[in-house]
Design a protein around this ligand. Structure first.
Ligand code: C5P
Length: 320
């Protein structure tokens, strides 16, 4: 029987880029949050050998470069199983959109394959396979609000946050993360001293503390509900995505879309990952629906979704 798994997207709430390591990867600090919008991954194992990827979207590769393929061959080897693995990807998340679709698809394929084979990987096998395939996979082994450090693959669960309405603006361009990092390295800038670079990372920690502490402690500093408090605190803490400073000059239309989102009254707006998706967070679904109507009038392609906490992520992952 084929197994069907929801492959949820993520947004980045703040992203700090630090030093480039000898490995070529950059030090990162970011908060990932899963969202309800998802692709569906169907996994089947039959007699034979080999891996087959199916997807109607021509932009999704069907060969060994597909993240689902790369995970599947590692899972089969780790579990010492043989068989013909078919993975079908039903796309709803944008390709190269900054919502982590390729990474999430790969993790969903891992869970689906374990179920189809009726054999489980150990937690450390899952973690190692995910990190070997990409920097953004491990967050999907936790779901909900997740702190990402290292090159993004070292993940720590953060406390559950109040659910927020999330309006995604989906510009038609795709942004390559590797090229966005290359643009970051090439940007003109005052030479940062080592102390300067680590101050920047410490700032992120302070901002994160300031942004989340009243929501987590349940003692709102001001009036308003928990969702409103969270949004106000995120803005006050100055949590931002460093990719905006290199992606917006390259794609000025994305900055325009951010301004449109801001004008709709979103509590917090940002580019997700290296883009091209921008999002606005709202304390109420009603506010988000009104904002969506404004985006529609301006001709901006969009999707309305919500942030997905850890409990909901796990509860709904497998489609029974
Ligand atoms: O690990 P992943 O395949 O997602 O990374 C894609 C590319 O983005 C890498 O090849 C690297 O060039 C860049 N990257 C980086 N620093 C990170 C994560 C990714 O430079 N922390």
């Amino acid at each position: 029987m084929p197994v069907r798994v929801r492959s949820y997207g993520k947004i980045n709430v703040g992203l700090r880029i630090g030093e480039r390591r000898d490995s070529g990867y950059h030090e990162l600090r970011t908060v990932y949050h899963t969202i309800a919008l998802h692709d569906v991954i169907e996994v089947d194992v039959a007699r034979g050998s080999g891996i087959e990827i199916r997807c109607r979207d021509p932009r999704v590769p069907r060969d060994q470069t597909n993240t689902c393929w790369r995970v599947a061959e590692r899972v089969m080897a780790a579990l010492k199983r043989r068989g013909r693995v078919s993975i079908t990807i039903e796309k709803r998340l944008p390709v190269e959109g900054g919502l982590g679709a390729a990474s999430s698809n790969a993790v969903a394929a891992m869970f689906g394959l374990e179920r189809a084979l009726r054999k489980s990987l150990s937690p450390s096998q899952r973690r190692e396979i995910a990190a070997a395939v990409g920097s953004d996979l491990n967050l999907f082994l936790l779901g909900g609000a997740v702190l990402g450090i290292g090159r993004g693959e070292q993940v720590f669960p953060l406390p559950e946050l109040p659910p927020l309405s999330c309006l995604l603006a989906l510009p038609r361009v795709g942004v390559s993360t590797a090229l966005a990092f290359a643009a970051w390295d090439a940007r003109p800038r005052p030479q940062l001293t080592v102390a300067g670079a680590s101050d920047k990372m410490a700032e992120f920690s302070h901002g994160l503390f300031d942004g989340l502490s009243s929501t987590v402690s349940g003692v709102p500093a001001r009036g308003g509900n928990r969702a409103e408090t969270l949004l106000l605190d995120l803005v006050r803490a100055g949590i931002e995505n460093d990719f905006e400073s290199v992606v917006f000059p390259e794609y000025p239309e994305l900055r325009e879309v951010k301004l449109v989102l801001e004008s709709t009254g979103a509590g917090y707006t940002s580019l997700s990952g290296s883009g091209s998706t921008l999002y606005g967070l709202f304390a109420s679904a009603e506010k988000a629906r009104r904002a969506r109507a404004r985006l529609e009038r301006q001709g901006v392609a969009n999707r309305l979704t919500r942030t997905l906490g850890r409990a909901a992520y796990w509860k709904n992952l497998v489609i029974e």
